[in-house]
Design a protein around this ligand. Structure first.
Ligand SMILES: [Zn+2]
Length: 290
């Protein structure tokens, strides 16, 4: 069997949209393989695993939250899939309907695609209606550049809002994935402005377009400076060092955490379970995102 007839390589060729010619078949295959390897080396995967946060019984947000999160994340993910596929990407969805998918399953799906990148889509919430802005998370060092590219593009394309920075955090889906992984919070559903925007299909399309720009590593035209309260923990280029106390074991909501979102508090509990290398127990799994 010649190298040109290997099914796996043929698949890659199709993904790279490189025309095949019989007389130059092998050289084209070698070139395609080189491009794929080079793209992978620079973290620019041509396969994207899209993860729409929450789903099924897990609607996301805080109990009683007016705008549910699970359907907004799914809608953005479906729009993003269409955009990426039109750009020649191979797209895998951890869910494409209103179903609950456990975190270990989401991670297992991601890890079954070597050379891919994982993008998890969420919206934020907070008890304080004024809380607003975009924040993006990563854990692995090889995810930082993708996190930065997505964060800056979403910020520059979203409605005027706060730049809440790029944060390193050991959420389950970021820590357990073996590929570059990013979780983007596309604004606060509990904020009157951002909540009403999220209800608009046109705005969700805009978010999808901007996330796609980030995945394609396109430059962000304008990025708002970091929110002033975060400037003292800035590491440069929108990366922030979240104060140590927010990483400590928050197994219950504290008076301090009531200022932040239930979403974040859930993540802090998630962080605790990450520290013990265990997925969260079902009894605590009101929210499932990582
Ligand atoms: Zn969420």
């Amino acid at each position: 069997m010649s190298c040109c007839s290997r099914p796996a390589l043929s698949g890659r060729l199709a993904g790279a949209a490189i025309p095949r010619r019989r007389d130059r078949g092998c050289s084209v295959v070698i070139m395609a393989a080189f491009i794929a390897l080079a793209s992978s080396a620079f973290g620019q995967s041509r396969t994207i695993v899209l993860d729409a946060g929450h789903g099924g019984f897990d609607r996301g947000g805080v109990p009683g939250q007016r705008i549910s999160e699970k359907d907004k994340t799914l809608d953005v993910a479906l729009r993003l899939r269409q955009i990426l596929q039109a750009s020649g990407y191979r797209v895998i969805m951890t869910r494409d309907s209103d179903v609950f998918v456990p975190l270990p399953t989401r991670v297992a799906i991601a890890n079954s695609y070597r050379g891919a990148s994982f993008v998890s889509i969420h919206f934020n919430c907070a008890s304080r209606a004024g809380a607003n802005g975009i924040e993006t998370y990563y854990f692995r060092g090889d995810s930082a550049s993708l996190a930065s590219s997505i964060h800056r593009n979403v910020l520059s394309g979203a409605a005027p809002t706060e730049n809440r920075g790029i944060r390193r955090r050991g959420f389950y889906v970021l820590r357990r994935t073996a590929i570059p992984s990013v979780l983007v919070e596309c604004g606060f559903l509990t904020n009157p402005t951002e909540g009403s925007l999220a209800l608009s299909g046109a705005y969700r399309q805009k978010l999808a377009v901007q996330i796609a720009r980030g995945i394609r590593r396109e430059p962000a035209p304008y990025v708002r400076p970091l929110t002033s309260s975060l400037r003292n923990v800035s590491l440069g280029n929108d990366f922030v060092r979240v104060p140590a106390e927010t990483f400590s074991t928050h197994r219950r909501r504290s008076s301090k955490s009531s200022k932040s979102s239930r979403h974040s508090t859930s993540k802090k509990r998630k962080q605790s379970s990450d520290d013990s290398e265990k997925p969260r127990k079902k009894s605590k799994k009101k929210k499932s995102e990582g």
